[in-house]
Design a protein around this ligand. Structure first.
Ligand code: NDP
Length: 309
């Protein structure tokens, strides 16, 4: 069985940054890239808020550069999806693609989170062409345009509020007759002059030549559903994220949404030598730069842990 000093699971900004630091610390890290090599950023368009990039950088390209940087310092980047782990004893064992088992002294979990989607075929058809699950990432492209945000929780209200400062008009599409968000967030959206809340509406489809030009909704009424045509330039999903932590849940504590719990301000989990970085342990910020920072912290922690072994 192969044995590694430092095994990194996940290839978003957290995983690659951990690999850069662990490589430079001579830990000979091995990184399994997972189902979506490069992570969530590879499906966004231009990234304008990653420091050191004065010109917008394509998400895919940024992740490619991080991969090359990690490889340059000796990280062994492999394709493969971690399907099971055994954290009951050290060295820890990790199963890849259901077949290969490897062992490691330290494990950095950087498996990220995935935005929830409605499950409509049109969401895929218009991905990067008017459909987004991140207003902070893509909102800038909708300046003075009309957009809709789906969801009634804090995320949706936050996204709608953020977009209301950029777009000329924001519809908030809520399936229930009320919002689920906290009072303060509700107040923020109801007081914004350019946010209109469409209660008891659900998105059924999108249309448009190349980019989204409108959404087909239904409005639930006591007498049945009524079709509604909503001309928009962009649709933002804000119906929650789910952290990709399923395989770790038997071993590590999570919050009720499944985010891994760490010692506050550090990537340390309750198990020695196992660290969690990036969105898998972060329900709050979910930014590339914060994920990268926590990947750095995790690699430094792994190095210190190995030095004391
Ligand atoms: P939530 O689970 O709180 O809300 C999800 C929203 O999406 C709900 O309104 C839900 O509707 C709706 N929804 C879910 N599935 C669908 C669907 N298929 N079609 C239409 N609507 C759907 O998720 P959030 O991401 O908003 O929040 C997650 C956690 O993070 C919460 O605890 C929240 O408080 C916290 N948070 C806090 C923030 C802050 O304090 N500033 C900012 C962002 C998040 P329904 O109500 O009908 O189930």
């Amino acid at each position: 069985m192969e044995h590694f000093k430092c095994l990194i699971i996940g290839s978003g900004p957290a995983g690659y940054t951990a690999a850069i630091y662990a490589g430079r610390a001579n830990l000979a890290p091995v990184l399994y890239a997972g189902m979506q090599p490069g992570g969530q950023l590879t499906i966004t368009t231009d990234i304008e808020n990653f420091p050191g990039q004065p010109e917008p950088v394509n998400g895919f390209e940024l992740m490619e550069r991080m991969r090359l940087q990690a490889q340059r310092y000796g990280a062994d980047i492999r394709s493969g999806n971690v399907t099971a782990v055994d954290f009951s004893r050290r060295p820890y064992t990790v199963t890849v693609d259901g077949t290969d088992t490897v062992e490691a002294d330290t494990v950095i979990i950087a498996t990220g989170a995935s935005a929830k989607y409605l499950g409509l075929p049109d969401e895929q058809k218009y991905a990067g062409a008017g459909v987004s699950a991140c207003a902070t990432c893509d909102g800038f492209f909708y300046r003075k345009k009309t957009v809709a945000v789906v969801g009634g929780g804090d995320s949706a209200c936050e996204e709608a509020s953020y977009l209301s400062h950029l777009a000329s008009k924001v519809y908030l599409v809520v399936r229930k007759p009320h919002l689920r968000a906290s009072q303060i967030m509700q107040q923020r959206v109801t007081s914004a002059p350019n946010i209109e809340i469409l209660y008891q509406h659900e998105v059924r489809g999108l249309y448009g030549e190349k980019f989204v030009e409108g959404a087909r909704l239904v409005r639930h009424t006591p007498r049945g559903d009524v079709d509604v045509d909503l001309p928009i330039d962009g649709l933002f999903l804000a119906i929650g994220h789910h952290p990709n932590t399923e395989v770790f849940r038997p071993w590590l504590p999570t919050d009720e949404a499944g985010y891994l719990l760490t010692t506050p301000g550090t990537p340390r989990t309750k198990l020695p030598g196992i660290f969690a970085a990036g969105d898998a342990a972060d329900p709050h910020y979910r930014q590339a730069v914060t994920a990268a920072a926590s990947g750095c912290q995790a690699a430094i922690e792994a190095e210190r842990y190995l030095a004391g072994m």
